[in-house]
Design a protein around this ligand. Sequence first.
Ligand code: FAD
Length: 405
Amino acid sequence: IDRIVIIGSGQAGFEAAVSLRSHGFAGSITLVGDEPGVPYQRPPLSKAYLHCDPDRESLALRPAQYFDDHRITLACGKPVVRIDRDAQLVELIDATVIEYDHLILATGARNRLLPVPGADLPGVHYLRTAGEAESLTSSMASCSSLVVIGAGFIGLEVAAAARKKGLDVTVVEAMDRPMARALSPVMSDYFSTAHTEHGVHMRLSTGVKTVVAVDGRAAGVTTASGDVIRADAVVVGIGVVPNIELAALAGLPVDNGVVVDEYLRTPDENISAIGDCAAYPIPGTASLVRLESVQNAVDQARCLAAQLTGTSTNYLSVPWFWSEQYESKLQMAGLTVGADTHVVRGSVDSGAFSIFCFLGTRLLGVESVNKPRDHMAARKILACGMPLTPEQAADTDFDLKLAIT
Ligand code: FAD
């Protein structure tokens, strides 16, 4: 392989380029991205970036010079509109053509749009890009109240940042608990209480029917039950949809993500997919999973770079994720969906505890708040597959390191 083209200059695409070079790949690397500027990290966008002075440079994954120094061609600001698999080339919107020997799809995901009247009014914000974060920050500077639609990670991080800035915040969530897709009920309750204690009005089990307009701007929402919640601005955080259209157009299989095997390859051996856009098999099962996390983007990029430079290795990393809300740092290891037993280690009231999530006697994952040691131990336990019983997990005198060999 001489020419590698990467579509998407986000976390996964960036990491693939860097890892290819660090694995000694000497051919050409072209990183094509539709966002302008150098690749940057997204996690701060819903955290410090919202309540500190926004500074683009602090977000950059590397300065521009790095890409020159490592012979990584950055082609940013223009989307790829077509992949020609027979001719092994991609075409940009301005008709530029770039040929590849191997193509990496790292197209990520985009905001899921709110499907209600008024959702396109000025004053309705989404949060995926640095530009969107800056627009929200400047809007918050002149607002005294905010409605956040969606109590997922991003919505709740925005709520916490807005409270830090003194805004009156209401969170509206259709499900009966926050972060329900990813967290155990105990952990959802802990964060629900934390937000309430910090003055957020939590409106759970409440759908949004319309965005209210006043003078042509968003001025709140109406709920499915007919309540009106007034606010100076609205933030929508109802999840993302993967960018799979290019792959689908090129005839590659898609299923809530670009479908890849355990080596992150599509059925076209010259095309791989990584990061938020990729649906890959959970080891040992027939199910596909698509994860949205920095760890997933970085580890898949590294795994693929190793393969493309000669080390055949399937993707097996233990997923992990973090979120920050007020003084609580949440860290998760493994995938806990489907757990039937939740064991609390430590005291929830102390604000430093972990929840070990089991399916029967099998540990699926661990959610920790302000317990980085439990989190690190959990990652190792999950990686080496050592047995840990619910009783051991609950016993704070049991040294978790004993379960790691
Ligand atoms: P992306 O970062 O989405 O990058 C994909 C890039 O490809 C984008 O720039 C996109 O515009 C571009 N692209 C798409 N189609 C084309 C095309 N046709 N041509 C050219 N370019 C194209 N994760 C955590 O683990 N912890 C956190 O605390 C956390 N916080 C987050 C906070 C926010 C506000 C957001 C938005 C995300 C957060 N995440 C967090 C998730 C994490 O940032 C993503 O999982 C990660 O960025 C995924 O990287 P990616 O490269 O796969 O996708």
